[in-house]
Design a protein around this ligand. Structure first.
Ligand SMILES: *Cc1c(COP(=O)(O)O)cnc(C)c1O
Length: 391
């Protein structure tokens, strides 16, 4: 049977991260000693009080449909979070709870972009953004950056990329895959241009709380009412509360956009899982004392990995200021990133994600959301691999 696959679906690139990940998992299952640097999720457990709130919701029979954009209690808790932490006033009606931050991103793109529209995406990018733009019929316009600017887009680059068809600029700080963090001044400069040109900003702030070396996060929405009117913030519970499997994310948007997203969500997924939402309320309103402990642990691993990577001939790595990734430059090694990662996995049983997956072939993504012992072992092997190539 010759099945028709829609142009929309056929245009998507298969996920390289998932391919590497499934190969690594298969090797592990076969009993091989694989070290994984591929993880895009914290290695810590969800804090107990959050799990308890979810268990209680289940025990209480909170297992039915909820309003499709989330329970009022959670939308209020999210609005309170934006007020408390970001100085941003949103009504609960401007907050939409979705099935993960990824779903929030997709909703935003679907609600604002269409055929012929352009979406500006700085590279290295989170690999789903261009595919989401394509799913909406829009055209991804990639701005390349490098480690020379800590992977940050300059105002001149953004200005040059904007055309009359530009609908959306995607800003991710702290960044996945690079861990770089824009300073408040840099964020404002980019925001100013979008306000001037009438371009919407999708600001992905899911790593807001994962910062090192005194780095500061300031939302682009917070610089003026005009900035706020041009911004949709996407966020979620996956990273700072280690709730990746819960599938719970949220966004805050100008009222008409929130309304459009509410309509899309009500006809596609309906509400995010009812009892997961109760966990979300506990995450936002309960104690946050897990976070300093996690950050201290991440910071230790980051420093070790950054120093070790820079000690390997042919590899150079700028230090990250946020999230849990490093993005070392391998251009001196003489292998394309996909080849590098395939051979690294084959020969040394180390799984890393090739930069090409994020639109940056000179690099690898190393996640340090794994134990220090694993990081030591894995980077020793990576060193052996690179030295072997140079012989
Ligand atoms: C992890 C992540 C998300 C959201 O992940 P969910 O699991 O869908 O909540 C969004 N943006 C970036 C850049 C991420 O790394």
């Amino acid at each position: 049977m010759n099945y028709h696959i829609s142009k929309r679906a056929a245009s998507l690139s298969p996920s390289l991260t998932l391919a590497i990940d499934s190969k690594a998992k298969a090797m592990k299952a076969a009993g091989e000693d694989v070290v994984g640097f591929g993880a895009g999720e914290p290695d810590f457990d969800t804090p107990q009080h959050i799990k308890d709130a979810c268990s209680k919701a289940l025990a209480d029979g909170f297992t039915k449909y909820t309003p499709s954009s989330g329970i009022p209690e959670l939308r209020q808790a999210i609005a309170d979070k934006f007020q408390r932490e970001n100085g941003l006033t949103y009504k609960p009606s401007q907050v939409i709870v979705s099935c993960g931050g990824k779903h929030s991103c997709y909703n935003v793109i679907l609600a604002t972009c269409e055929e012929g529209d352009e979406v500006i995406i700085p590279a290295p990018y989170w690999l789903s953004y261009p595919e989401m733009a394509k799913l909406a019929g829009a055209t991804p316009v990639v701005i390349n950056t490098s480690d020379k600017t800590e992977f940050k887009v300059t105002p001149a680059q953004l200005r040059a990329a904007i055309t009359p068809r530009t609908r959306l600029f995607i800003l991710t700080t702290p960044s996945n895959p690079t861990g770089s963090v824009y300073t408040p001044e840099e964020v404002k400069a980019l925001g100013d241009i979008c306000v001037e040109k009438g371009v919407l900003i999708m600001s992905d702030e899911i790593y807001e709380h994962l910062l090192y070396d005194g780095a500061v996060h300031k939302s682009v929405a917070s610089f003026s009412p005009a900035h706020k009117d041009h911004t949709i913030i996407v966020h979620g519970f996956a990273k700072a509360w280690s709730m990746t499997g819960w599938r719970l994310g949220f966004l805050a948007a100008p009222e008409p956009i929130a309304k459009a997203i509410d309509a899309i969500q009500s006809h596609s997924t309906s509400n995010p899982t009812s009892f997961a939402q109760k966990g979300g309320v506990a995450a936002l309103t309960g104690p946050q004392d897990h976070l300093p402990k996690w950050l201290a642990e991440y910071a230790k691993r980051r420093t070790y990995a950054w120093q070790k990577l820079n000690s390997i001939p042919g590899i150079s790595c700028v230090n990250s200021k946020g999230a849990f990734y490093l993005f070392p430059n391998i251009s001196q090694v003489g292998l394309k990133s996909a080849d590098f990662c395939a051979r690294l996995l084959e020969q040394e049983k180390v799984a890393a994600v090739p930069g090409i997956a994020f639109g940056a072939d000179d690099y690898l993504r190393i996640s340090y959301a794994t134990s220090l012992a694993n990081i030591e072992k894995g980077l020793d092997r990576l060193e052996k691999f690179v030295k072997g190539l140079n012989k």
